[in-house]
Design a protein around this ligand. Sequence first.
Ligand code: TRP
Length: 454
Amino acid sequence: MGKGIETGARAMFNSKFAAIATTVGSAVGLGNIWRFPYEAGVHGGGAFIFCYLVFSFLIGVPCLVAEFAMGRSTRKNVLGAYQYLSSSKRQPWYIAGYFALLGAVLILGFYSVVAGWTIEYMTGSVESMFSGGLDEAELEEQFINLTNGWRPLVWTTIFCLCNYLILVRGVTKGIEKMSNILMPVLFLLLLIFLINSTMMDGFMDGVKFMFNPDFSAITPSVMLGALGQAFFSLSLGVGCMITYASYFSENTRLTRTAVTTMLLDSSVAILSGLIIFPAVFTYGMSAEAGPTLVFEVLPTIFSRMAGGTIWSLLFFTLLFVASVTSTVSISEIIIAYLTENRKMSRVKATTVCCAITYVLAIVCTLSLGPGKNLTIAGMSIFDLFDYIASNILMPLGGMICSFFVGWVMDKKLLRQQLSEGSRHNIWVTPLVFMLKYICPTAIFLIFLDSTGII
Ligand code: TRP
């Protein structure tokens, strides 16, 4: 067995724990801490969070298992996996692979921008910019200044460089170790901030906002947003988990890994909400601020905490790490494709992937600053990339993947993938049922509903 070394044979994660840690490392990132609270805020809180949790469990877990099964059974990248598993069928399933690659590229573009902001805030913490008791208006202005001009380009560049340096070394070397240690630390830090937030006046208002859903507020766009968020947060729909699972060893249990990933991922998102929303209500801020929400609210919290500078430095550093473990996993989709299907060397593939990412990241960065006036369908390019990837390509990618695994993939191979380790895995039948009937239909209906077609 390959011992996690990328020489000759394909790389493999060193242990079951590493498989889970890297999968969780991919799932937990800006999606949980930045995107979840702002999406929840924009979509009215409780109703959105309710849908998000239901979708994560009922659709997310089966789709995770489906991607795992495709990846581990073929040990190929997303395109290769579709090609291999449908090779006897003469059907063009591989097209789904190309859409997955496109989705991955778009996500990398805007994700690197936000990841750049985390570096800005790291350095900002050191300069003590958040500890001077600035009021909300000042902090908001500060954020606008920080993200608007040419300056964020510097941070995005640094981020892309870090991403590159880790990726050239290969998946199992840099990433495994980092995920194993730093993810638990991030979790701990969030718990500390949660304690801090329970002491705020607005704590109960925040909790009510999150957990007291107004079911009449569940509209098609709330459902699509929640589905998109569940997919984004679980790294689903663009073949990320197919690629990572291709590095799983035979004794990694797919169902258990999927459930663990979902539980940890949702917990981090909920924790993040429990930190953000009480502060929003305590300090009279707006929950509907959009993508800037977390970057305005968190500094407000830190500037009022004892030792705020240290906390904020620690937090943004860990958020940066969480972002890297996620972008690395997205980049790996493309790199695995380039090395396997296009026969490039690892270094060349990484260079190509990171160069494309960098160009798109520059476009996204500038679309929020100097190029603000250029909008398409009322959205900046930054928002457009996010919308196309999260609300169109990822749900449809998930739909096709679950349909493919349920109906097209060889049944014996699928059952063998799902039941290894325990002979009587009682989850196999319900999972296959979900993949065949429920997931594709549900995703399709939510999607059509939101486009107004039905
Ligand atoms: N899930 C990650 C987050 O929450 C982002 C991410 C990593 C991702 N890999 C992905 C999103 C693949 C979509 C597809 O931050």
